[in-house]
Design a protein around this ligand. Structure first.
Ligand code: AMP
Length: 570
């Protein structure tokens, strides 16, 4: 097995990383580090997921190449979120523990700039930064990138997904032509390739695993249900895996709140993470999740970025992301650091086409499993309880003094009855709930409730600022889609009329026509606001959720339970 010394890492760094438990380089480290340690090394494109050890892959060479006698910025790491930015600066600080004279600063939005400016002025040689705040500091004359030797674009696809393209370009324009650029990305969409072509010179392409493939040790599972049964299916899945520790991904912050609130009401250890929370609230939820005081985190993609947890057992796609490339990011959050994981999709029949696209993307097939029946869940939970009982640590000294009285109280109850009673105490909740629960599985042809001739190309979900208070009815929405687009036969999917706003789905082929058609229109004297209510969000909203310094995107109230959900076709 290759050692860090063999690929050129110096002994002081090795001492520090050994303390962190790094014994041998991970595959991406072996390839990237040995290349960067070469005299003639140049630009690098590395296709690597989070959790593959990429921070050390670029971090160790940066530290080793830092000239401690010089007190200006030599290396810049750009990344999409505040959380990742802090994690990178903390990791680099740990790696350089025994290299005195190295200063590392973190520059990110959502926190006071003053401390960051002070750290830079103290002579930081390495900066880890989010693009928004770094641009501000460049504009204020605090950061000078004219002498840097390396720029790392970490999670480049995420930065572009979040709308940081302009910021990235203006930062790169400040850097000298002779620098090296290292680009790390989990996926390689055209937008990332465009950046690479424009700003990199003959990059060395390093791929760990297959291009755009899902992590090797992740199993991809699909449960097919009717859309209306999504939540019930989620509960069954959560109950079927008693040791679940995972993230449930939703498309919008509204959905995130609703699912989390319902789970809490139903007795699950869950909480929501989304952009309506303050940074402090987000940090609190993330910390609770990190230390496993929370088993299920219900999150939007943007809010979950930067949350770095290695031991997730499951990822659940409550709804698929609109941009299917994001599935790779979601699933890559499990099966990390050598562990195995399961990435689950709760899908309905009209999403079959999307599933095929994802399968091509990850280069793996989904395992289609039936939603577990009540009986199967009860069996699983029961044996989990028995296992826990078998393995529980007995605190003899604490319990012993109570035992004589307890024995006396229970002396007439036979052993079999005693076991039955203890099990029932814990287990009746499941037995009651799952007594006579229906089968949630859909027949493969979609059964009688199939949407029949709905387009396989998929639907786009729209948010509109009209709701019950405007007396909006499904028929009004359908009428407006017809009238404002001038097209009479656009397929409409689910319509959810909430109190002050609503969601509706329509054939994705007419996405732009609908957005354009609804511009500058009013309904009962109220100006209509419409936007796409899914994964790929408006820039201001994404940046807000990611903890960067942008204004909040305002829309109606955060919560509304009165929900009307049907499938419509006209
Ligand atoms: P990253 O992809 O950089 O976020 O790293 C994922 C996880 O792997 C982190 O918890 C690292 O501390 C850990 N890690 C990175 N390199 C190694 C290594 N060579 N040996 C063991 N663990 C590592």
């Amino acid at each position: 097995m290759t050692t860090f010394a063999e690929i050129g890492v110096d002994s002081k760094i090795i001492k520090a990383i050994e303390e962190l438990g790094f014994e041998n380089p991970m595959p991406v480290q072996e390839k990237v580090i040995s290349y960067l340690m070469r005299e003639d090394s140049g630009d690098v494109i590395a296709l690597a997921q989070t959790g593959t050890g990429k921070t050390a892959a670029f971090g160790l060479p940066l530290i080793q190449k830092t000239d401690i006698s010089v007190k200006h910025i030599q290396h810049l790491v750009l990344c999409p979120t505040r959380e990742l930015c802090l994690q990178i600066s903390n990791d680099l600080t740990s790696y350089s523990k025994y290299k005195s004279g190295i200063k590392i600063a973190a520059v990110y939005g959502g926190a006071s700039a003053e401390t960051q400016i002070r750290d830079i002025k103290k002579g930081a040689q390495i900066i880890s930064a989010t693009p928004g705040r770094l641009n501000d500091l460049i504009d204020r004359g605090v950061v000078n990138l004219s002498k840097i030797k390396t720029v790392v674009l970490d999670e480049a696809d995420e930065m572009l997904n979040m709308g940081f393209r302009d910021e990235l370009e203006s930062i790169l324009a400040e850097t000298p032509a002779g620098k090296n650029t290292l680009l790390f990305s989990a996926t390689m969409p055209n937008e990332v390739m465009a950046i690479a072509n424009r700003y990199m010179k003959n990059p060395e392409e390093i791929t760990v695993g297959k291009r755009n493939s899902g992590a090797e040790n992740v199993e991809h599972v699909c449960y097919m249900v009717h859309a209306k049964d999504r939540y019930l299916a989620l509960k069954r899945i959560a109950d079927f895996y008693p040791e679940i520790y995972g993230i449930i991904f939703c498309r919008t912050r509204y959905e995130t709140k609703e699912v989390a609130e319902q789970l809490v009401k139903d007795g699950y250890n869950a909480e929501a993470l989304h952009g309506d929370l303050s940074q402090q609230q987000r940090d609190a939820v993330m910390n609770k999740f990190r230390i496993k005081h929370l088993k299920l985190l219900v999150a939007t993609d943007v809010a979950a970025r930067g949350l770095d947890v290695d031991s997730l057992t499951h990822i659940i796609n409550y709804n698929l992301p609109e941009d299917l490339e994001i599935y790779t990011h979601r699933s890559g959050r499990t099966g990390r650091a050598g562990k195995t994981g399961i990435s689950i999709i709760i899908a309905n029949l009209k999403e079959k086409h999307s599933l095929n696209t994802i399968e091509k993307q990850i280069n793996k097939k989904f395992k289609h499993l039936p939603i577990p029946s009540g009986k199967e869940i009860c069996e699983k939970q029961l044996f989990y309880l028995v296992d826990r009982m078998q393995n529980v640590e007995l605190n003899d000294t604490q319990i012993d003094s109570f035992l004589p009285d307890i024995y006396k109280k229970l002396e007439t109850v036979p052993k079999e009855e005693l076991i039955k009673r203890f099990v029932s105490l814990e287990f009746n909740r499941f037995l009651d709930y799952y007594n006579n629960t229906p089968d949630l599985n859909v027949p493969s042809d979609g059964g009688s409730r199939s949407r029949g001739n709905s387009t396989a190309s998929g639907f786009t979900r729209f948010f509109i600022n009209l709701g019950k208070t405007d007396d909006l009815k499904p028929a009004n929405l359908i009428g407006m889609v017809n009238d404002y687009t001038g097209v009479r036969n656009i397929d409409i999917g689910d319509i959810e009329i909430l109190k002050n706003f609503s969601f509706f789905e329509a054939d994705s082929n007419y996405k732009d026509k609908i957005l354009d058609g609804f511009q500058n229109k009013s309904f009962k004297k109220r100006k209509i606001g419409i936007e796409i209510a899914s994964g790929k969000k408006g820039r201001s909203e994404q940046k807000q959720e990611s903890g960067n310094d942008r204004k909040r995107f305002k829309r109606g109230p955060s919560r509304d339970k009165a929900k009307q959900k049907k499938n419509y076709k006209h």
